[in-house]
Design a protein around this ligand. Structure first.
Ligand code: KE4
Length: 429
């Protein structure tokens, strides 16, 4: 495999971009080697600048539910471009997008469009603070909600990968208002609530955590959080930037039947364009300017091109339930195949999966929270990543990330992934 153009580009990029990348996890720091630079993508494949093709299981960290370069999305964007790219004024498409989101996501009564998941989560906690008049928030260790200051405390995703889950630059004044609890531990939440009575504005979590590697809520946990927040007047926020429209049409909240007060969204709702959204109960969202006093704004919020891409994606998901049937089948087929191969090799690594998301942890212990996820052998994961890459399968370049499958994965491609997996596991052990 020849990767000289990627190497040249990476060396050159580092002259102008911090670390040579526009998002840290892309730098391959956790898996060694240097990142490959992508030239194009289609269906289940990405192609690098040296002409190598890879079956890929990141799908731009989630958005490409239908595979890359879907004609559905591409044609909608091209059509929208003919009318101009941005107006900074209301458009009909934004109204249609909001109405569709409200209809598809159980918790949404009103919704505001923004440009990223980070903007969505930052805005959601601000409105929760404005609505309750309280300052503190609870987040889970290892969960990632984007790079807003309040969240860069025991954060997951690239923050774990880069080794700074508590980032410099976040002031003590900010950090003191972020309370931490282990995922799947209701007693810890009760203790925080008792110790901070009447001071907690919101509890935010990934209902199904993807940012420490896929980690599922245990039986009764989400409902337990719902009950505590209802009792205490705490705004329950489900960060569904990853799980929204992936785990079900209505996301994790539909799949688990637990309805938060606010929901944050991103990734899939933009169909690959920069889109985020936050929304929920009308009585809370009407605190958002200009309806209410909580300020939040954005030049490109509701951008017509991004809305065209998002609408094409959501309309398709709304009218094609077979997408989710297929995603469930692909997830089951691939994860069962990996478990079977590992078993035949006498390897009992933990594989967590749900629908079209999964993570293979290089630990035999169950992974139910940040502490147990961190028991994984990240060195061995790095060797696995490189071994799979060499065989033409591109995984997330970190143990602490979920993988995301798309409907572009055929049985034949699943077979190729499993063959590469078996060869890689033999090579690294
Ligand atoms: P963005 O600002 O990256 O659009 O969204 C932040 C965010 C918020 N909430 C959840 C649950 C998320 O997973 C994310 C972003 N996910 C990471 C992948 N683990 C983005 C990849 C990256 O940082 O490059």
């Amino acid at each position: 495999m020849q990767i000289s153009e990627s190497k040249r580009l990476f060396a050159h990029a580092k002259n102008f971009i911090p670390g040579g990348v526009n998002s840290p996890v892309r730098a391959f720091r956790a898996v060694g080697g240097e990142p490959i630079f992508i030239k194009k993508a289609d269906g289940a494949f990405i192609h690098d600048e040296d002409g190598n093709a890879y079956i890929e299981l990141i799908n731009s960290w989630g958005p490409m539910l239908l595979g890359h370069n879907s004609p559905l999305i591409r044609e909608a964007v091209i059509r929208a471009m003919e009318d101009g790219t941005s107006f900074g004024a209301p458009t009909a498409r934004e109204v249609e997008m909001a109405e569709l989101l409200v209809r598809m996501v159980p918790s949404l009564e009103k919704v505001r469009m923004v440009n990223s998941g980070t903007e969505a989560t930052m805005s959601a906690i601000r409105v929760a603070r404005g609505y309750t008049g309280r300052d503190k928030i609870i987040k889970m260790e290892g969960h990632y909600h984007g790079h807003g200051d309040s969240f860069l405390i025991a954060a997951g995703s690239g923050a774990i990968t880069m080794g700074h889950p508590d980032s410099p630059g976040v002031t003590l004044g900010t950090a003191k208002d972020t309370l931490l609890a282990p995922f799947n531990d209701l007693n810890a939440i009760e203790s925080l609530v008792e110790a901070n009575k009447g001071e907690i504005a919101a509890l935010i979590l990934e209902p199904v955590a993807g940012n420490m590697g896929l980690t599922l809520p245990q039986e009764g946990y989400l409902q337990g959080l719902r009950d505590i927040c209802t009792r205490e007047g705490i705004v329950l926020i489900f960060d569904e930037v990853m799980t929204g429209f992936r785990l079900a049409k209505g996301g994790a909240q539909e799949r688990f039947g637990v309805i938060p007060d606010l929901t944050t969204l991103g990734k899939i709702i933009g169909g690959g364009m920069p889109v985020g959204a936050y929304g929920g109960k009308k009585e809370i969202m009407d605190f958002v300017s200009p309806a209410g006093p909580v300020y939040q704004a954005g030049t490109l919020s509701g951008n017509p091109i991004a809305m065209a891409a998002g609408l094409a994606m959501l309309r398709h998901l709304d009218t094609h339930p077979e997408v989710y049937t297929r995603l469930e089948a692909i997830g089951e087929q691939l994860s069962a195949g990996i478990i079977s191969i590992n078993s035949s090799l006498g390897l009992d690594y933990t594989l967590n999966k749900l629908g079209s998301m999964y993570s293979l942890f290089f630990t035999a212990s169950p992974v139910t929270d940040f502490e147990s996820a961190k028991k994984s052998d990240t060195q061995l994961f790095g060797r696995y990543f490189q071994s799979m890459l060499k065989r033409g399968v591109y995984l997330a370049p970190s143990q602490f990330e979920s993988l995301f499958l798309s409907t572009a994965l055929t049985d034949e491609l699943i077979g190729k992934i499993l063959q590469a997996h078996e060869e890689s596991m033999k090579e690294i052990h």
